[in-house]
Design a binder for this molecule. Sequence first.
Ligand SMILES: *[C@@H]1O[C@H](CO)[C@@H](O)[C@H](O)[C@H]1NC(C)=O
Ligand SMILES: *[C@@H]1O[C@H](CO)[C@@H](O)[C@H](O)[C@H]1NC(C)=O
Ligand SMILES: *[C@@H]1O[C@H](CO)[C@@H](O)[C@H](O)[C@H]1NC(C)=O
Ligand SMILES: *[C@@H]1O[C@H](CO)[C@@H](O)[C@H](O)[C@H]1NC(C)=O
Ligand SMILES: *[C@@H]1O[C@H](CO)[C@@H](O)[C@H](O)[C@H]1NC(C)=O
Ligand SMILES: *[C@@H]1O[C@H](CO)[C@@H](O)[C@H](O)[C@H]1NC(C)=O
Ligand SMILES: *[C@@H]1O[C@H](CO)[C@@H](O)[C@H](O)[C@H]1NC(C)=O
Length: 438
Amino acid sequence: MSLHSIFVFIFLLSPFSIPTPADAISFVSPIQKDSSTLLYSLTLFLKTPLQPTRLHLDLGAPFTWVACDSGYSSSTYQHIPCLTPLCDSLGHNLPCSICFNTPSPSCANSTCSLFPENSVTRKTAISTALSDSLALPTSDGSTQGPPILLSSYIFSCSPTSLLEGLANNVTGLAAFGRSNYSLPAQVSNTFSVPRCFALCLPGSTSGPGVALIGSVGPYYFSPQKIDLSKSLVYTPLVLNPVGSTVVPYTGEPSDEYYINVTAINVNGKPIQINSSLLTVDENGFGGTKLSTAAPYTILETSIYNALTEAFVNESLALNLTVTNAVKPFSVCYLEADIIVTRVGPGVPTVDFVMQSEDVFLRVFGSNSMVRIAGDGGDVWCLGFVDGGVNPRTSVVMGGHQMEDNLLQFDLDNNRLGFTSSVLLKGTTCSNFNFASEG
Ligand SMILES: *[C@@H]1O[C@H](CO)[C@@H](O)[C@H](O)[C@H]1NC(C)=O
Ligand SMILES: *[C@@H]1O[C@H](CO)[C@@H](O)[C@H](O)[C@H]1NC(C)=O
Ligand SMILES: *[C@@H]1O[C@H](CO)[C@@H](O)[C@H](O)[C@H]1NC(C)=O
Ligand SMILES: *[C@@H]1O[C@H](CO)[C@@H](O)[C@H](O)[C@H]1NC(C)=O
Ligand SMILES: *[C@@H]1O[C@H](CO)[C@@H](O)[C@H](O)[C@H]1NC(C)=O
Ligand SMILES: *[C@@H]1O[C@H](CO)[C@@H](O)[C@H](O)[C@H]1NC(C)=O
Ligand SMILES: *[C@@H]1O[C@H](CO)[C@@H](O)[C@H](O)[C@H]1NC(C)=O
């Protein structure tokens, strides 16, 4: 039985229960990595009767959306009337829908309308806001508990065409942004649990990672039942005052998570960076954000060049000489030349340094290098990409660099907790115990 089917199986057997405040519970969902798009998705349960639903995981989106222009069937969905306080709180001056087709989830009159956005393709649409039942399994940090129902989870309908560019099997997008209507925000508001969630993105497509919502820890991982919340190092979350959604909401800050990277070190030595690139300016330009829409970290050109030069130089000291590059990367080494350690290929480390010299996210070979084997040979390439000369954001920390790291987004304390590679602790993000230990 696959982990996923075990998960569904346990879910179907478990009775529903309402948590008491004393329960240190959190909500859990496995995170899958898609091998063709390299994007992440999670599984939750939506509609009545509850249906397993796979949604693209989006760290910066303000609200969840689900394709519902065909085959959305549920006995509990409700439209959200426009010109109501709820509609107003979803966004200022949202339009009221008019629809001349058969009434359906995506077709109603005088309903609050939203602009669901695909953060990978940057396409958007206009569609109705809905509320419906959503359920997530619970966990005490190590074992599976009974699923808990949110009877009126608020999200947006979307046309099916908005799914283009996401993993094949997803039917929508699960939002984890700072907004009051992201998935973690609605869970925290409904159950009065901490406004805190943790993501552990899987390092491969074979085993799922985990999203833990509403808990500050412990987060137990096998085989040693190690509590990764004890290994967290913290840096403040920075607010970008200007959002960059396709349909702009004037005066609204960004729902994305920014951190204050002040230096990038290769093998402990700082690279030359124009420091104004690392600061978010009053127009929302510059700075460093975390993004699940980018498979690899994207760097502004001058930062990219400084990083690759320093990396090549430091690698020479390890007797590593670059070979032919494989796009989109520019620094590659023959697989045969590289030794593999427990944190991946033995290459220079890349540190993202934050508010002080001893607060840094260390990127080892498992998170910096990408194996590319094919007709042209077998190489390891430095997995960062050039973002051009005038990108909106100077450093977009992408999926590959976040995998097998536990990241805790603690909104109550406005900080990001991170572990750096959990491989160093002898575990991986796929080692969370979903199944009850009995
Ligand atoms: C919306 O209102 C128009 C005109 O008032 C009507 O023709 C249409 O059928 C209505 N649509 C729905 C989905 O009820
Ligand atoms: C999509 O889901 C089906 C059934 O759950 C599964 O067999 C298939 O491998 C999945 N495809 C992808 C790309 O995940
Ligand atoms: C967030 O949403 C909840 C309802 O889910 C509401 O009670 C609360 O006032 C909202 N907070 C803000 C800041 O809009
Ligand atoms: C980021 O760090 C720099 C250097 O320590 C500091 O001057 C700046 O105020 C910080 N910015 C924010 C938004 O915390
Ligand atoms: C640093 O970057 C800022 C913003 O891109 C630019 O205005 C400035 O000229 C740069 N300074 C140097 C020394 O390159
Ligand atoms: C290149 O590496 C050497 C030693 O490994 C170091 O002393 C030197 O500063 C580096 N140069 C650059 C431009 O990174
Ligand atoms: C690099 O190669 C030289 C010459 O073959 C050798 O002396 C040196 O020990 C090697 N260094 C490393 C770090 O392997």
